[in-house]
Design a protein around this ligand. Structure first.
Ligand code: HDE
Length: 710
């Protein structure tokens, strides 16, 4: 039976356009600009050929086979088929932003690096934050280390400080990197779990690798579930060198300190955020930069000489160790401001290529074996990922200072030498030359010794700093470490792995070990693990290691979620939003229905979310501004009850007006009201609430809601 055929409805006019219908314009360079009938630029192929119909492929008859003559279709599909490049083998999921680095004062006595010579010098920057284990599409709040990679486009070439939000690493030698990463990522046969270390392979490797114990304390702490990229620290991890114009070296460790202070979320909250908004961290950075609230960090350094290094309890070349800030204070030397999102995610964030070996004159490496291995790996990985040696031609990777060399050809070469001379030395006095004065001089450290595969004795103590980290945490943070270990090990199927881990914990803290063992249902305790270094040192706690101790004490940069209903007291709502704006924080309104509510004075108030779409886990604190009339429906809504119950169990501040009491009751918290649940109405109520918000959480509540009972 003959079928009726219809012409494309999408763009019938385009399909019938002829060259006579087009408006033609010559550009300043004489190039032809073609416009479609509606004034939009004319769609062309990648070769510049005008496209007649982008809705229908070329066919033999309306219902016949497609024709190979259709070069537009072939080109379009071919390009689409090649849109993906390999994701990063680690740190696949990331998000970046542009900004600048500003130097406070000249550091000429320590380093000849051009960016540190002048007070107020501004250097363009690009930063990419990432998780490590998950694939590109994984959720933002996986429990994981965060990458904190900074590219500074200095006048003497790019400097990449490719750091993490944790100052130590799992392993001491780069040769173990493929093993730790294989173990952490999805198991190879089943390809799960995604973006999680809660599985046998990871804990098997860890429990057989005592050098990872310090890092284990960090990753089981709330550091691995940050509230925002904006509220986390960054670390260069390794010891580097500053080298001055006289070729004198000073050891340096780099720290990024967030201006808004540190903050993390609760584990139960992280799990729910991943469902409610898997792009939570991306959205946070996007929203704050787009609204002009530019995140900022200070670059701080710990500077020390060989004498300090020799006197320090641990080896400064060991990347599983820190130098506590209380022993060697950090000094701020400049600030990093992120003020512009990329125009195109792929072109910039995906194609940016960080390489630890990108250092300008005046910054040099130490012999940290992990750093040495990284210097080898990063160039290699870019070649694979970006498909050829010319990835430095991509704008995001190209230096912003002048550069000249004789490199040529290769895939996608955009810049090629002109003229006859593409070598040097040459007789035509042509092309760039090296300079013994201005060129990069590696620090001429004296090195000698036999060629060996040997771990130094000075790397052998794996427990002292792990314990120091643990005892430096506040009680809620210690509870969270115990809970995290229990959760992760509960997912492990081989009992021997759990036992081995508890045996290590016994070398770190006995109470921690017993708490975890009890929760895991151990009948008896194992023997402490054989330590490479039997005597663990009892180091002084370092309060700088606690997030809670370093809390911001203010609500700036945070978000209040206000649940409103029809009949909401308009002046109370107005008072609250004004007070929050004064704190340089943000409010979002959540209403029972999409759209908004009618306030007590009859005004229409637009809401950002309906309750299901705006659960309280997305906010740092919540307020309940309701009306008696709306309460009947609200108390019967599960999402509204969860909104309150979650905010309460996540130890958030809750402000409410009296009409919301039945909701507090239905959420099961009315009998447990504490200093974090505050009645709002009245001048005083409002200002007390806003002032209290700076504390961020009511940790004292945690044991009573059982969340924290490990
Ligand atoms: Fe990386 N790491 N890494 N790493 N790393 C990569 O390079 C590697 C290590 C870090 O946003 C890869 O471009 C080895 C420590 C960040 O694009 C790869 C070793 C620290 C990023 C690589 C380490 C890091 C990477 C994968 C052990 C903190 C993301 C894709 C010796 C100081 C950068 C890529 C971005 C990425 C190798 C250990 C930080 C394969 C061999 C320690 C932030 O080259």
């Amino acid at each position: 039976m003959a079928k009726k055929t219809t012409a494309s409805k999408a763009s019938p006019k385009l399909a019938t356009a002829t060259i006579h219908d087009q408006k033609l314009h010559r550009g300043q360079g004489g190039e032809l600009h073609q416009f479609a009938e509606d004034g939009q630029p004319l769609l062309t192929t990648a070769q510049g050929g005008p496209v007649v119909d982008d809705q229908n492929t070329l066919r033999l008859g309306a219902r016949g086979p497609a024709l190979i003559d259709d070069f537009h279709f072939r080109e379009k599909i071919f390009h689409f088929d090649h849109e993906r490049i390999p994701e990063r083998v680690v740190h696949a999921r990331g998000y970046g932003a542009h900004g600048f680095f500003e130097t406070y004062e000249s550091l000429a006595s320590y380093t000849r690096a051009d960016l540190f010579q002048r007070h107020g010098e501004k250097t363009p920057a690009f930063v990419r934050f990432s998780t490590v284990a998950g694939n590109k599409g994984s959720a933002d709040l996986a429990r994981d280390v965060r990458g904190f990679a900074v590219k500074l486009y200095t006048q003497e070439g790019n400097w990449d400080l490719v750091g993490n939000n944790i100052p130590v690493f799992f392993i001491q030698d780069a040769v173990k990197f493929p093993d730790i990463i294989h173990a952490a990522k999805q198991e190879p046969d089943r390809a799960f779990p995604q973006a999680q270390t809660a599985h046998d392979n990871f804990w098997d490797f860890i429990s057989l690798t005592p050098e990872s114990m310090h890092m284990v304390m960090w990753i089981m702490s709330d550091r691995t579930i940050p509230r925002s990229f904006r509220f986390m620290e960054g670390f260069g991890v390794h010891t580097f060198r500053f080298v001055n114009a006289k070729d004198e070296s000073t050891f340096v460790k780099f720290h990024w300190k967030p201006k808004l202070g540190l903050q993390s979320v609760a584990w139960n909250e992280a799990v729910k955020i991943n469902g409610a908004d898997p792009d939570f961290h991306r959205r946070d950075l996007w929203q704050s930069i787009q609204s002009g609230n530019f995140p900022e960090w200070e670059l701080c350094v710990q500077l020390f000489d060989q004498e300090f290094a020799d006197s320090f309890d641990f080896d400064v070349l060991d990347p599983t160790k820190i130098i506590p800030e209380e022993i060697l204070p950090v000094q701020p030397i400049g600030r990093l401001v992120l003020n512009k999102m990329p125009d195109n995610f792929f072109a910039e964030t995906e194609q940016v290529a960080f390489m630890t070996q990108n250092v300008p004159p005046g910054i040099d490496f130490s012999n940290d074996p992990l750093l040495q291995g990284r210097n080898f790996s990063y160039l290699d990985t870019q070649l694979k990922r970006l498909g050829g040696p010319n990835f430095t031609h991509l704008p995001i990777n190209a230096p912003k200072c002048p550069f000249h060399n004789f490199q040529q050809d290769g895939h996608m070469a955009m810049r090629n030498p002109v003229g006859r001379t593409n070598y040097q030395p040459n007789s035509r006095n042509g092309g760039p030359r090296e300079s013994p004065v201005q060129g990069y001089r590696h620090f001429a450290s004296e090195e000698r010794g036999p060629k060996v595969r040997l771990r130094p004795e000075s790397f052998a103590d794996h427990y002292s700093q792990a314990r120091q980290f643990y005892i430096s945490q506040t009680p809620p943070e210690q509870r969270h470490i115990a809970m995290a270990l229990t959760f992760e090990l509960s997912k492990v199927e081989m009992p021997v792995i759990r036992e081995r881990m508890v045996a290590h914990l016994l070398n770190i803290d006995e109470t921690l070990a017993t708490t975890v063992a009890q929760k895991l249902g151990f009948q008896s305790m194992p023997k402490p693990a054989d330590a490479a270094m039997p005597t663990r040192q009892d180091l002084e706690p370092s309060p700088a290691l606690s997030i809670v101790e370093r809390g911001p004490k203010r609500f700036e940069g945070r978000k209040l979620g206000i649940l409103i209903t029809d009949g909401v007291d308009a002046s109370l709502l107005n008072g609250l939003t004004t007070a929050i704006a004064k704190e340089k924080a943000v409010c979002e309104l959540i209403a029972p229905k999409v759209g908004g509510v009618t306030a007590s004075d009859g005004t229409w108030i637009e809401a950002h979310h309906m309750i299901d779409g705006g659960p309280s886990v997305l906010f740092d604190a919540v307020a309940l501004l309701t009306s008696p009339a709306a309460m009947g429906d609200l108390v019967n809504e599960a999402a509204a009850r969860d909104f309150v119950a979650d905010a309460f169990q996540h130890c958030k501040f809750i402000g409410y007006d009296q009409s919301a009491l039945p909701l507090l009751e239905k959420a099961g918290v009315a009998n447990a009201l504490d200093e974090g649940v505050l009645a709002l109405p009245g001048e005083e109520g409002l200002s007390t609430f806003v002032a209290e918000l700076g504390k961020l959480r009511v940790w004292g509540r945690e044991p009573s809601v059982k969340l924290g009972k490990a």
